[in-house]
Ligand binder design. Structure first.
Ligand code: MCN
Ligand code: CUM
Length: 788
């Protein structure tokens, strides 16, 4: 996907042409930064060099002297309208701009509004801020110690940095199972902070049109309707009511979860447009994106697994400390502060489990957001897959056979897990055996034995993950109280062409293709005659957006249900045209015919025309339907991944020699798109396994704030993926489909980590935290007496 250069930054002749060319006023470009409006102003942001500091003074004099700089906006300016704080998606609060102090490095401090992008950037450099540094809390464990500086001094009654305690499962039963176990394993696992690296960073163009009394915001958001509601809730009191707000999410250059939250830049741009009456553009740069936008993971986990001598697993116990940065801005369903982490019993028939999570505030940007995660399922899967592997090795059993022995069996579905989830369908051994056959598992184990005798380090790692996607049954799933249904509205025009609009928003997942396929299949209208539209709140039906791989499970189901509503009416019109009873008609996609007389038939196109020209008396005209689909359950895609690694004893470098991924997402709508999703997802699982991590030094300086330090693997490092699938339909989804968008990212890291530990087990290595970097492995080899 190519990102267009910004016309006004492009610099050369063509940019001037583009500016003057009316086509580029909401013209040819397809991303937010391509939106260029007359008289548009530019916003750039002053950011804090300190992780925790009082703001003593903000001096704008020099900035305002720069030609083209119109204003410097501070927290005090926003405070006049009570817009300096806003709610997070987890009902915590976050600053739009600070009034008293900053809480993390790179936090927004003030914003500069100028007539050009360069002017705004020069203005940012000229704003002088006087800070008084405060003690910094980086480590969440230290944050919870008595005497730690209390960070959220804005919360009147807050006396510590503890956000919440959450636990799930049966503690007594679990403890009993541990007492009765023959073998137990225990492991600390840290899953570090990482950050998505979408090609396109975040940004918006906000345009308050006084004449129309309407705010239009083109913005990089995965959830346009929810954002509109949040804007109305935050700014309704200053006249921005929901019907006056239009959010347009145009093409998005990758979301991966990072474009779910509301970032301060959006809100300041809106405020600036309302105040000036002019359109305002804010586009963050790469470093701002990496340093200040919300982060994923950052879970400090202690896990324990119990088993009987014969290798039957009995219980799982987990304690986790979640580093949420300075505010809990996680994009989780509101009832689940740790997301769906409690799917951590994974693919195994565990009788007892108990999980506890504590959230802590630290001087870091908001954490707990997203990186292709399905609401903390990456953390859950990494934990259970590492622990299962540890147990298998501890018992001296083959990790594949050990898994097969402990899997939930096909006949146990629908399966109620010890932590309360009802898995819809699965055939875990089927997927694992297929992966083993594809990779040649038995031969690889023989090769490993030979290599080990020669002193070479080779490992084989497995991850047999279960995903949980498609939030959600609205009984349990909401975000800020908004129930997590999703929608599809279909209108069939008189000539038989159609438009279908959805509450979701593709960011590269190919919804335009796959939704059209669903509709074509159901209605018998060729896909090329169906226009799929998403992302405009003025036209699309309300929906909660695209994340947590919910589009197929929820909006995809809505497409099928809405189609079937259309067919109900189409049948009546066909009966009228054919002078037959509706129940005497047979339907095959695109055509109703009279039972026993196949020549007496009407196509969907005939019926569409009749719906506007010749519909039965008493029936409303038109051929339209809408479905707001509330799924009865989540869908549980799964898969088995096997990976072979070779480790260089001299450098500690891990090379992924082969990686076989067998995925099962139920019925597949488009095999090529699913394969693309799996390839991309595997690459985004490979990345944190071996490369990516954002850490902080002791005074909260971010390490990894640019692509020099934050290592995103390129095609050169990334292995060749060998993919395949099995098909176990979801029994409750109208198409038997399950989501797939995040499966591979959720499942892949454990396969790689397990392969590395498998290569080093005989040296006494029991665990390695991701990212598994060469220095980490080199040190382990040195400490275990292996050097070259
Ligand atoms: N699909 C299919 N058959 C199935 C399941 C899915 O053909 N049984 C197709 C779907 O129709 C859709 C695609 O695969 O075109 C992904 O569908 P789904 O699993 O429903 O996931 P979503 O569309 O809801 O996408 C969200 C998911 C998430 S949460 C992240 S994070 C992620 C991911 O998608 N971000 C992505 N994949 C991404 N891919 C791209 N290119 N860019 C992103 O930002
Ligand atoms: Cu958790 S990343 Mo996706 O859900 O947008």
């Amino acid at each position: 996907m190519a990102l267009r250069t910004t016309p006004e930054v492009g610099g050369m002749g063509h940019s001037i042409k583009r500016k003057e060319d009316p086509r580029f006023i909401r013209g040819k470009g397809t991303y937010v930064d391509d939106v260029v409006l007359p008289d548009m102003l530019y916003l750039d942001i002053v950011r804090s060099p300190f992780a925790h500091a009082k703001i003593k003074k903000i001096d704008s004099t020099k900035a305002l002297a720069i030609p083209g700089v119109l204003a410097v906006i501070t927290g005090r300016d926003l405070a006049k309208y009570n817009l300096h704080w806003m709610p997070t998606l987890m009902s915590d609060t976050q600053m739009v701009l600070p009034v008293e102090k900053v809480m993390y490095q790179a936090q927004e401090v003030a914003a500069v509004l100028a007539t050009t992008r360069y002017g705004a950037a020069d203005g940012v450099a000229a704003v002088e801020v006087e800070y008084e540094p405060l003690p910094v809390v980086v480590d969440p464990k230290k944050a919870l110690e008595p005497g730690a500086p209390v960070l959220r001094t804005d919360k009147k009654d807050k006396k510590d940095n503890h956000i919440w305690h959450w636990e799930w499962g049966n503690r007594a039963e679990t403890d009993r199972a541990f007492t009765e176990a023959d073998v137990t394993v225990k492991q600390d696992i840290y899953i570090p902070r990482i950050h998505v690296a979408s090609i396109e960073t975040c940004g918006c163009v906000a345009h308050w049109d006084k004449v129309q009394d309407k705010l239009t915001v083109w913005m990089t958001t995965q959830a346009p309707h929810a954002i509109r509601t949040v804007f109305a809730l935050v700014a309704g009191h200053v006249g921005l009511e929901e019907h006056k707000i239009r959010i347009i999410s145009p093409d998005i250059g990758g979301g991966f979860g990072g474009k779910v939250p509301v970032y301060p830049g959006y809100v300041i741009a809106v405020a600036a447009s309302v105040l000036t009456g002019k359109p305002v553009k804010w586009i963050e740069d790469r470093m701002e994106n990496l340093q200040a936008d919300s982060f994923a993971r950052d879970y400090h986990i202690t896990a324990e697994l119990a088993a009987k001598k014969d290798g039957m697993l009995t219980a799982l116990r987990i304690k986790t400390l979640a580093d949420h940065g300075y505010t809990d801005a996680a994009a989780n369903p509101s009832k689940f502060p740790a997301g769906l982490f409690h799917v951590c019993t994974g693919s195994y028939d565990l009788k007892a489990a108990h999980v506890e999570v504590d959230g802590a505030y630290t001087n870091k940007p908001p954490g707990g957001i997203a990186y292709r995660c399905s609401f903390r399922v990456t953390e859950a899967v990494h934990t259970i897959e590492r622990m299962t592997d540890l147990m298998a090795h501890q018992l001296g059993m083959d990790p594949a056979e050990f898994r097969i022995k402990n899997f939930i069996k096909p006949e146990q579905f629908p399966y109620k897990s010890a932590l309360g989830w009802e898995y819809d369908s699965g055939n875990y051994a089927g997927a694992l055996r297929k992966a083993m056959d594809t990779i040649g598992y038995a031969d690889l184990r023989r090769e490993q034995v030979e290599k080990r005798q020669r002193g070479e380090l080779m490992g084989i790692g497995i991850s047999s993950f279960t995903e949980i996607v498609g939030a959600g049954p609205s009984k349990h799933f909401d975000i800020l109280g908004l129930k997590m249904f999703d929608s599809c509205e279909i209108r069939i025009h008189p000539t038989g062409k159609a438009i279908a609009r959805f509450g979701t928003k593709s960011q590269g997942q190919g919804h335009e293709t796959t939704y059209a396929q669903i509709l074509a299949e159901e209605l018998g209208i060729p896909a090329k005659d169906i226009k799929v539209e998403e992302g405009d709140t003025d036209t699309a039906p309300y929906g909660l957006g695209t994340y947590a791989s919910r589009s197929t499970p929820v909006a995809g189901a809505a497409a099928a249900v809405a189609s079937r509503k259309i067919l109900d009416k189409a049948r009546k019109i066909a009966a009228h045209l054919l002078e037959a009873a509706p129940e005497d008609l047979v339907y095959e996609p695109g055509k109703f015919s009279v039972k026993g007389a196949p020549d007496r038939a009407k196509t969907i196109q005939d019926i569409a025309f009749a719906a506007y020209t010749n519909h039965p008396q008493g029936m409303e005209a038109g051929l339209e339907a809408v479905s707001y689909y509330d799924p009865p359950n989540l869908t549980y895609p799964f898969g088995s991944y096997i990976c072979v690694v070779d480790i260089d004893k001299g450098t500690g470098e891990v090379k992924v020699r082969r990686f076989v991924a067998i995925d099962d997402c139920g019925n597949i709508i488009n095999p090529m798109i699913v394969q693309g999703q799996v390839h991309g997802g595997l690459s985004m699982g490979f990345a944190p396994a071996l490369y990516e991590e954002i850490s902080y030094d002791e005074i909260g300086n971010v390490q990894g704030g640019s692509f020099i330090d934050y290592l995103v693997p390129t095609a050169v490092e990334t292995p060749k993926w060998e993919t395949g699938h099995t098909i176990t339909p979801s029994p409750h989804h109208p198409l038997g489909a399950k989501g797939v968008g995040e499966s591979a990212t959720v499942g892949a890291p454990a396969a790689i980590a397990n392969a590395v530990v498998d290569a080093l087990w005989h040296l006494g290595v029991r665990h390695v935290d991701i990212p598994i970097t060469p220095p980490k492995i080199w040190r382990l080899l040195r400490d275990n007496g292996v050097t070259e």
